[in-house]
Design a protein around this ligand. Structure first.
Ligand SMILES: Cc1cc2nc3c(=O)[nH]c(=O)nc-3n(C[C@H](O)[C@H](O)[C@H](O)COP(=O)(O)O)c2cc1C
Ligand code: SF4
Length: 419
């Protein structure tokens, strides 16, 4: 069995809202254990676990927690539940199916860094997740697992939901902070980092839904046990949002070290109609598009770094031979053109030009000059923009030019014959 269910272990065991049932399923055991540990020891367990952020950047979680603990004064804990990356739905599943796990993980974090106020910044379209989280928060207050004197200790923690308004860039941590403060969602120049100057200029710990949820497992069963799951490169499990042409689309939790191909065949059951796979996009619209010969890569493979990309938030999108590569890449660029906040000229204007060029590839009207311009634009946007949107948005172009160059050249040749 490929799946290893740590974060999703309660998914089919309760309705996600009955807090008493949650408690019979090991719920709040991690928090009780944390309250009997020092803050430093909790962070030590997180360090030992080798946990890295599951929002896409893979930053070691204990480093942020240590920086936060070293700060003084009012501090905030923020859960990034914006999940705007196309192809990803893992955070939605976590919030809908086990919201208390997230609340418990955030409370452990808050206790470990000495914060007393938290926000969950959630994608505005996630109505069901918002309703369920809101109910779970209310019940947690009634159950004394949120609010004052949690579980009859001296520790207090308040938590509220902030709803996003549909901008992808608000998943970027500085844009998210601006949005919570009530400003337009635009990034800031860093440093200072959020752990130094976040919400209302106070130190702020921002982590992804999956990262916070994982803390319960780490505290409950120990960092060492967690670090032994997975691979040398990355520990623990990863939630994979599997979509595209596979027989079984959906959410799967697998240990790091599993290959992409195993996820597609064993979890996804292979392609519908056994149509050959043409390519797979990893991570979402900002991730690389790779050919079948690279599907033996682990989901944590360092090979992704050649694209300046990582596994990202964990989407695997399977694209079969019935699709036109240029239509796929064009859709990606249209998305980023729409989502650019407009602050940097290369991002604002560059995506517009890339869309125009890719339309010509789709319409069999592309020239060699178009090819060169597309390449230059992709590199310039990647190298000169302020935030991660521009720095990753052209990965699908760069990776397809690397692995499917013959498709580009063929389309240019075919375009010569089309009047
Ligand atoms: C354009 C853009 C969008 C992002 N969207 C998300 C998101 O929806 N959810 C998320 O957790 N992180 C997102 N991130 C990454 C966050 O900036 C940040 O690294 C993350 O929330 C940190 O949490 P982690 O350490 O637990 O991964 C995004 C980054 C960029 C550049
Ligand atoms: S890279 Fe794009 S989204 Fe990011 S700040 Fe610049 S214009 Fe805005």
């Amino acid at each position: 069995m490929l799946e290893k269910r740590l974060l999703t272990k309660r998914f089919d065991k309760y309705d996600g809202l009955n807090i008493k049932t949650y408690q019979t399923l090991e719920g709040y055991e991690a928090l009780k254990k944390a309250f009997n540990m020092s803050k430093e020891d909790i962070i030590k367990e997180v360090k030992m676990s080798r946990l890295t952020g599951r929002g896409g950047a893979n930053f070691p979680t204990h480093i942020k927690m240590t920086s936060m603990l070293n700060e003084t004064g009012e501090k905030f804990v923020v859960c990034n539940a914006d999940e705007g990356e196309p192809g990803n739905f893992k955070d939605r599943y976590l919030m809908e199916n086990d919201p208390y796990q997230l609340i418990e993980g955030m409370t452990i974090s808050a206790y470990a860094i000495d914060a007393h106020k938290g926000y969950i910044y959630i994608r505005g379209e996630y109505n069901e997740a918002i309703n369920r989280l809101q109910k779970a928060i209310e019940r947690a207050y009634m159950n004394k697992t949120l609010g004052k004197h949690i579980l009859d200790t001296d520790f207090s923690f308040d938590l509220e939901i902030r709803r996003g308004a549909g901008a992808y860039v608000c998943g970027e941590e500085f844009a998210l902070i601006e949005s919570i403060e009530g400003h337009a969602g635009r990034t800031r120049v860093k440093p200072p980092f959020p752990t130094q100057e976040g919400i209302f200029k106070h130190p702020t710990l921002i982590n992804n839904v999956e990262t916070f949820s994982t803390l319960c497992e780490i505290v409950l069963n120990g960092g060492k046990a967690y670090s032994q799951i997975g691979s040398n490169y990355a520990s623990g499990t990863k939630l994979i949002s599997l979509s595209g042409n596979v027989k079984h689309k959906g959410l799967f939790e697998v240990p790091y070290g599993t290959t992409i191909m195993d996820v597609i065949t064993e979890c996804g059951g292979g392609t519908n109609g056994d149509i050959p796979i043409q390519m797979v996009q990893i991570g979402g619209a900002c991730g690389p598009i790779i050919p079948p010969r690279l599907l033996h890569m682990d989901i944590d493979n360092e090979a992704f770094e050649i694209f300046d990309a990582k596994m990202g938030a964990g989407a695997i999108i399977v694209i079969d031979e019935n699709y036109d590569l240029f239509e796929i890449v064009l859709k990606n660029m249209q998305f980023f053109l729409h989502e650019s906040c407009g602050k940097c000229a290369p991002c604002r204007e560059g995506h517009f030009q890339m869309v125009k060029i890719l339309e010509r590839f789709v319409d069999y009207k592309a020239t060699k000059k178009d090819y060169q311009s597309l390449k230059t634009l992709a590199e310039v946007i990647h190298d000169t923009t302020l935030c991660g949107l521009g720095q990753t948005s052209t990965t699908s172009v760069i990776s397809t030019m690397t692995y499917f160059d013959e498709v580009y050249q063929k389309r240019i040749e075919q375009s010569k014959d089309v009047k």
